[in-house]
Design a protein around this ligand. Structure first.
Ligand code: NOJ
Length: 568
């Protein structure tokens, strides 16, 4: 066992989506040399680690989340030598490196799957989940059960020319691995060790709690389940055992940080996954707060923003798991719309206020902040004007599904574009030159957001209202205050429909965070266990001074204040 330094407990992780970050060779696709050229930018922000969305060989049916070779670098991104240089350059700057471990499924172009498909008797057949189809009463061949894929449609794909199907909980080009097979598990531990030996410091585990399924694979008969099968493949019976095995054989031999991307595990399981004594994961992501403007967790089905749901999602894990495991704090990632363009925010009017407000109420909480590229300059959603502009297969699956429901194309576009994942994947906006400084050559693989002349790094840094500089200040302050890093969270006024407020406390020291999550003024009354004259403003996003703090604070739209309690 390696000594665990728990380096992640004061870390700030910056997420890079390599396809869209920086294109040094001007071929339209981001690359490793591009990333190396921007490491100082990331370091200066106050990040201490980088998580790379998949850099491996992949046919990019799901842009890297369909891996064709776990121990390789996609040639469009560079070579293994480039990656090693990137790793060394990160370490030189004190930046840790986290890789994306997509272990629930591979690409259908992985050699293992090709071998499994080519020969029924190949040992690789049992690396995946193949099953005979069923016959309905008319003798028609049907999938083995009624499970549906997270990307719409059946979770089973028929093997051409046979009566067999294979399971894919995502796209048909992403066949699920059979974790019951010890050879698969050995290979996954080996993959982790391969990267750890190179010096990688941690992993983000993609949809980690889907790897263990309930056997036999039966129909989901719950009529309330929109996505069928969930109770049979989320938090399955061998989850804890599988995670322990990865730890015993790989993770615990190095000083790592592991975070699992979860599809809402239940509380009991979540607690075990991250419990310090479980030896499973250090932390997981919680996304419930990012469902506060959509229904049933379906991103594209809009509902009016529900602040109480946002608060529950953001704060409950902090209240629940403090002292036993570790938490993460997330506003954006490559699967989410841009935060300043949702939650009912009028982006045109309040972009700066909302971006800085969101950063304060989120990253002053308990847990490791994860910041997604472009979030630190308040990048916005793109007004996609045609389906061609959307590259994400999921946008197209949803489009096809809605078309099948006879919804006119223009209406579909309007209905889905605010939430599609493409919003996160437009090229990073570095400056106001063509292609937003992402490159000086080929048209980027994904269109640039037309607002890049107004919103870009160069302009942001030159502005008095720089979001990047605000993030810098916020992250530095957070790092300098042990209470903000490790203190306990206590919520105030949970039912307030405009204001979010919570305290952080440790060893008799307290901070209070207050934010008006609305486009209208809101009143805030200092909670009874604080004395007004002991509250000093440590940071605010709209210039309020201590002289402007009264018994009832009239808060401006998207105003956020961090108070420090100075006891008399
Ligand atoms: C979660 C990833 O974040 C997402 O981008 C991907 O499509 C699915 N898992 C499948 O790997």
């Amino acid at each position: 066992m390696a000594k665990k330094t728990n380096w992640y407990k004061d870390a700030v992780v910056y997420q890079i989506y390599p396809l869209s970050f920086m294109d040094a060779n001007n071929d339209g696709i981001g690359d490793i040399r591009g990333i190396i050229s921007k490491l100082d930018y990331i370091k200066d922000l106050g990040a201490t680690a980088i998580w790379f969305s998949p850099l491996y060989k992949s046919p990019w049916k799901d842009y890297g989340y369909d891996i064709a070779d776990y121990k390789s670098i996609h040639p469009a991104f560079g070579t293994m030598a480039d990656f090693e240089e990137l790793l060394a350059e990160c370490h030189k700057r004190g930046l840790k490196v986290m890789m994306d471990a997509v272990f629930n499924h591979t690409s259908d172009q992985h050699e293992w799957f090709k071998a499994a498909l080519a020969d029924k008797n190949s040992p690789y057949r049992d690396w995946y989940i193949f099953r005979e189809g069923k016959r309905d009463k008319n003798g028609e061949l049907m999938p083995p059960n009624n499970w549906t894929s997270s990307f719409t449609g059946s979770a089973w794909e028929r093997v051409e020319g046979t009566d067999e199907y294979y399971l894919h909980l995502f796209a048909p080009e992403q066949p699920d691995l059979n974790w019951e097979n010890p050879a698969v598990r050995r290979e996954m531990s080996d993959t982790l060790r391969f990267w750890l030996e190179k010096g990688v410091d941690g992993f983000r585990f993609d949809v980690f709690n889907m790897i263990s399924k309930v056997y036999p694979l039966r129909d989901d008969r719950n009529p309330l389940h929109f996505q069928k099968g969930v109770q049979y493949y989320v938090d399955g019976p061998r989850m804890h055992e599988f995670l322990k095995e990865l730890n015993d054989n790989a993770l615990s031999l190095y000083d790592t940080f592991t975070v699992g991307e979860s599809y809402t595990p239940d509380e009991q399981h979540a607690h075990r996954y991250i419990h310090e004594e479980s030896g499973e994961l250090d932390s997981i992501f919680h996304f419930e707060h990012l469902m506060a403007d959509n229904m049933f967790g379906l991103k594209m089905v809009a509902k009016p923003f529900n602040l109480r749901q946002f608060k529950r999602g953001l704060l409950d894990p902090q209240l629940r798991y403090h002292g036993t495991g570790w938490n993460t704090l997330v506003l954006e990632n490559h699967d989410q719309a841009r935060s300043v363009s949702r939650f009912g925010i009028n982006t045109k009017k309040y972009r700066y206020e909302a971006a800085t407000f969101l950063a304060m109420i989120t990253f002053l909480g308990w847990g490791t902040p994860f910041i997604f590229q472009g979030e630190e300059i308040g990048m916005t959603n793109t007004r996609f004007s045609s389906m061609d502009q959307m590259k994400d297969p999921v946008s197209h699956f949803i489009f096809d599904m809605m078309k099948g429901m006879r919804i006119p194309e223009k209406a579909i576009l309007r209905l889905i574009r605010w939430a599609v994942r493409d919003n996160a994947r437009t090229p990073m906006q570095w400056d106001g030159t063509s292609n937003a400084g992402f490159n000086r050559g080929e048209k980027p693989w994904q269109c640039v957001n037309p607002d890049y002349r107004d919103i870009n790094v160069e302009k942001d840094l030159a502005s008095d209202k720089s979001i990047y500089r605000f993030y810098q200040k916020l992250l530095a302050l957070r790092k300098s205050e042990p209470v903000l890093l490790s203190g306990k969270t206590i919520e105030y006024y949970p039912d307030d429909r405009q204001v979010i407020s919570y305290s952080r406390s440790m060893d008799g020291k307290r901070f209070l965070i207050v934010g008006n999550f609305s486009g209208t003024r809101a009143d805030f009354i200092m909670p009874g266990d604080f004395e007004l004259d002991e509250m000093k403003i440590r940071m605010t996003n709209q210039g309020r001074t201590d002289a402007e703090v009264e018994e009832i604070i009239q808060m401006k739209p998207y105003e956020a204040i961090l108070f420090e309690e100075i006891r008399k």
